[in-house]
Design a protein around this ligand. Structure first.
Ligand SMILES: [Mg+2]
Length: 267
C-alpha cells in the first residue's frame, strides 16, 4: 500500500465517512482541517438527497466542521441536472423526498405535484417521513406511465444506532408494486463522478474517492479511473472487500488512520 501515490484531491462521501447519523467519525474534523490547511482541493459527494447544500453546511458546522455550501455535490443536484437535460421546465413531477430533492427540482423549474395526477416523472429521494400515501401516489403515477427515477440506490443508511432503511429500500417497494425498473442517478453512475470532478477541476488519476460503501463509492469510482480509499468502519464493513474484483488503492478503518498515513508521507 505504501507505494501508492498520495492523492492530490478528494471526493468525500459523508454518511459513514464523516459521520454516523449525528455523531462524527474518528478523525473526520482533523482530516478536513488538514485538507484546508494544505489547500488540497476537496468536494463532499453524497448520495443522500435529504438536505440542500446549505443544510449540509449547517449540519457539518454543528459537528465542528466549517466549510462553504459550494463544497457539496449531492445526488439531488445530480438528479435535477439530469432531469433538466431531458425534460423542459414546468414538467409536472411527483417527488418522494424532503428539502434536498424538492429544492433542487424547484430550482430547475419543475412543478411538484401533491398527487399522482398528471405526473410525467416520479422522483424518489431519501424520505425519512415516507408514508403509505406517498408510496401509493408514486405507484399510481408510475403505473400510469410516469418515468421512474431514483436519486441513489443505497438500500441502507448507517447511523449511530445501527442500520436504517435507505432510499434504495423505498425504491425497492415501488419496484415491487409496479414491476418497473427505475433510472438511478448518484453514485455509482459515472456521470455523477465526472460532474463532481468537473467541479473540482482535477483529473481522475490524481483524485481519490473516499467512501464506505463498496457498490456505490468504490465500484463507481474505479469505473471512471479515480483512486479509491475504502473505510471499513461504515456501511459495507471489511466484508465488503470480498465483493470487489479490483481491490481499493487504500483501505483504512476511518479517516483518523488515513490521516496518519498521509502525515507520514508529508514532505
Ligand atoms: Mg457512505
Amino acid at each position: 500500500m505504501n507505494d501508492k501515490p498520495v492523492p492530490a484531491a478528494y471526493l468525500i462521501d459523508m454518511d459513514g465517512v464523516i459521520y454516523l447519523g449525528n455523531k462524527l467519525q474518528p478523525g473526520a474534523a482533523e482530516f478536513v482541517d488538514y485538507l484546508k490547511r494544505k489547500e488540497i482541493p476537496f468536494l463532499f459527494l453524497t448520495n443522500n438527497a435529504s438536505l440542500t447544500p446549505e443544510g449540509y453546511r449547517r449540519k457539518l458546522e454543528k459537528l465542528g466542521i466549517d466549510v462553504s455550501a459550494d463544497r457539496f455535490y449531492t445526488s439531488a443536484m445530480a438528479t435535477a441536472e439530469y432531469m433538466s437535460e431531458n425534460w423542459p421546465a414546468g414538467t409536472p413531477v411527483y417527488a418522494i423526498g424532503i428539502d434536498g430533492i424538492r429544492e433542487a427540482l424547484r430550482a430547475k423549474g419543475f412543478r411538484l405535484l401533491k398527487s399522482h395526477k398528471g405526473a410525467k416523472v416520479v422522483v424518489v429521494g431519501f424520505d425519512p417521513k415516507i408514508t403509505y400515501a406517498r408510496l401509493r401516489e408514486a405507484t399510481l403515477a408510475i403505473s400510469n406511465g410516469a418515468v421512474f427515477i431514483g436519486t441513489n440506490p443505497d438500500v441502507s443508511l448507517p447511523t449511530e444506532h445501527g442500520i436504517y432503511p435507505g432510499n434504495g429500500a423505498i425504491i425497492a417497494a415501488l419496484k415491487a408494486a409496479t414491476g418497473v425498473e427505475p433510472i438511478i442517478i448518484g453514485k455509482p453512475s459515472p456521470t455523477t463522478f465526472l460532474e463532481a470532478l468537473k467541479r473540482l477541476g482535477t483529473s481522475p488519476g490524481e483524485t481519490a474517492m473516499i467512501g464506505d460503501r463498496i457498490e456505490t463509492d468504490i465500484v463507481g469510482a474505479q469505473k471512471v479511473g479515480l483512486l479509491t480509499v475504502f473505510l471499513t468502519s461504515g456501511a459495507s464493513g471489511e466484508e465488503g472487500l470480498k465483493r470487489l474484483t479490483t481491490p481499493p488503492d487504500f483501505v483504512f478503518r476511518h479517516l483518523e488512520e488515513f490521516l496518519q498515513w498521509l502525515k507520514s508521507h508529508d514532505d
